[in-house]
Design a protein around this ligand. Structure first.
Ligand code: ADP
Length: 323
């Protein structure tokens, strides 16, 4: 069988006393789009640094298409491209000059480089702006030029670290179209860190990192399916007390997820009626719904994926803090 694009086995990484990755094992099959989710500080960038050979892991192994990142970093770098949050482009140079410069770093030159630049600019709809300075481009166009830059040397694996941060919805959509075209035209494997749930939904497989550990790994459908077909979410002033009461009285298992109580009984509507009868005064509101990827994230990471950027809305629709 072909080597997986990424094969991480038992990787632990420490910065001094601080453990940023704990025994992480993860595989990404060639040609797939894998989304890495995790709150800030969960270790995504550390994993990317290891994969892109910027540093060896403290423990464990990381392989890219079968090649160990520590044993043969040059071969690994040849096989992968990176698109990180900050565009690696020189604003004062034109689009084409930036790409030529990048090509030179990979010893590409002459007609082969020219053709590759033209091909990528056409594919990502930036050909018309080839001779404009990058600083005159919108954020969305710049991102697509950065994508072209990361792909010049035809890497088989592309690492993307929250690549759509700061883009408006239209620019995000066209960036995603560009990724799809890339996957289809060149079979490139994509490993993307994101905190956006709608982006994660589009991935073939997602992994959730929490405090340096991989706490969930599977297709979005599988991960959601594991939470049950329908679950009940309860908001309460004192969620912990409500959980204890429910468990004591009904003997069902519950989860405390952030400030909410999650219950997955066999018949949620009937169960909810009994709950209201017993503890109605403690329940602010209740929702029954099929699990979303956000629920999966909340259950495994114990926090909302959006948490670093704002507060959960209070019931009744009024935000308790401006976002
Ligand atoms: P993420 O990309 O998910 O936000 P990081 O990989 O950047 O997470 O960080 C994981 C943890 O390691 C965090 O607690 C962060 O503070 C810590 N960390 C990251 N880089 C360094 C560093 N160079 N030195 C010390 N600690 C670091």
């Amino acid at each position: 069988m072909a080597d997986p694009a990424v094969d991480i086995q038992g990787v632990t990484h420490r910065y001094g006393e601080h453990t940023a990755l704990r025994d992480v094992s993860l595989r990404v099959e060639a040609g797939r789009l894998y989304g890495l989710l995790g709150p800030n500080g969960s270790g995504k960038t550390t994993l990317f640094r290891i994969l892109s050979t910027l540093m060896p892991p403290t423990d464990g192994t990381a392989r890219v298409f079968g090649t160990d990142t520590t044993l043969d970093p040059v071969a690994v770098r040849q096989a992968l491209g990176v698109v990180f949050q900050e565009a690696a482009l020189d604003g004062g140079l034109t689009v084409r000059e930036n790409l030529r410069f990048q090509g030179a770093l990979y010893r590409l030159r002459g007609a082969a480089l020219q053709d590759r630049i033209d091909e990528l600019l056409a594919r990502f709809d930036v050909a018309e702006r080839a001779d404009d300075p990058v600083e005159e481009l919108s954020g969305g166009l710049r991102r697509r030029v950065d994508l072209a830059r990361g792909l010049l040397h035809r890497p088989r694996l592309l690492l993307l670290d929250e690549p759509t941060t700061g883009l408006d919805p239209a620019a995000r959509r066209s960036f995603w179209r560009a990724l799809r075209r890339l996957q289809e035209a060149e079979g490139t494997t994509l490993l993307m860190a994101t905190h956006l749930m709608d982006e994660a939904e589009r991935c073939d497989r997602v992994g959730i990192l929490s405090e340096g550990a991989l706490v969930a790994d599977g297709s979005p459908a599988t991960l959601k399916g594991k939470l049950g077909e329908e679950t009940l979410w309860l908001d309460a002033d004192e969620p912990r007390a409500l959980r204890d009461r429910i468990e004591a009285q009904f003997g069902v298992s519950t989860r405390l997820v952030g400030a909410r109580v999650q219950v997955a009984p066999p018949d949620p509507p009937t169960f909810l009626a009994s709950l209201y009868e017993a503890f109605g005064e403690y329940i602010q509101s209740a929702t029954i719904r099929t699990p979303t990827l956000e629920d999966v994230f909340m259950v495994h990471a114990g926090t909302s994926p959006e948490a670093p950027r704002g507060r959960v809305l209070a019931r009744g629709g009024s935000p308790d803090e401006s976002s």
